[in-house]
Write a protein that binds this ligand. Sequence first.
Ligand SMILES: *[C@@H]1O[C@H](CO)[C@@H](O)[C@H](O)[C@H]1NC(C)=O
Ligand SMILES: *[C@@H]1O[C@H](CO)[C@@H](O)[C@H](O)[C@H]1NC(C)=O
Ligand SMILES: *[C@@H]1O[C@H](CO)[C@@H](O)[C@H](O)[C@H]1NC(C)=O
Ligand SMILES: *[C@@H]1O[C@H](CO)[C@@H](O)[C@H](O)[C@H]1NC(C)=O
Length: 181
Amino acid sequence: MEAVLRGRGLGSSMVVMGLVCILAIVVMLPEVSATRWTVGSNMGWTTNVNYTIWAQDKHFYNGDWLFFVYDRNQMNVLEVNKTNYESCNSDHPLQNWTRGAGRDVVPLNVTRPYYFISGKGFCYGGMKLAVSVENPPPPPKASPLNEKSASPSPVLALRGQYVLPAVLAIGAVWDAFVHLL
Ligand SMILES: *[C@@H]1O[C@H](CO)[C@@H](O)[C@H](O)[C@H]1NC(C)=O
Ligand SMILES: *[C@@H]1O[C@H](CO)[C@@H](O)[C@H](O)[C@H]1NC(C)=O
Ligand SMILES: *[C@@H]1O[C@H](CO)[C@@H](O)[C@H](O)[C@H]1NC(C)=O
Ligand SMILES: *[C@@H]1O[C@H](CO)[C@@H](O)[C@H](O)[C@H]1NC(C)=O
């Protein structure tokens, strides 16, 4: 009987520990993971979408990706400079992101404006996208260490993300340990 009770005590401690670990992972994920933006959402990269409106309520952070999904037989994805974005000139692309499958991923790995157009005349119909890539914001649940510095370094920001889950996990292990005694 006692063995059974002890067994159950151990079991529930393990369950609590597991739950806390899952919680810790869930707390960490939104801050660590980058976003892969499907350009034009469910419309994709096509005609009759205003990409200025699509982009205007979104924040693009360094480390995110753009995912262009389109008809590979018609459109393409060219990165151009501001002048050529405005004039729809596809003759001197900074980068040709077209890989041929109609599904191109572009890493936004520099904090700067990016300009994309489709060549083959589609830019004139509105297939043009400008995004301004920002530095990711500091984590919302910053540790006291982070709150004091105006612009936390990436290393400090990263540490802040792990402090709370680490404290929770250590607490859970301690709790399980105490129950075993
Ligand atoms: C963009 O590139 C063109 C050459 O293709 C150049 O004439 C123009 O000055 C450049 N614009 C900017 C803003 O760099
Ligand atoms: C872009 O690259 C693709 C695949 O390499 C190629 O087929 C296409 O002609 C290129 N387009 C331009 C405008 O350079
Ligand atoms: C950004 O990504 C491109 C394409 O993968 C790569 O060529 C470039 O070196 C990267 N730049 C930085 C600053 O990481
Ligand atoms: C997209 O919408 C913006 C803001 O309403 C407007 O200024 C722009 O002319 C539109 N672009 C196209 C290609 O219709």
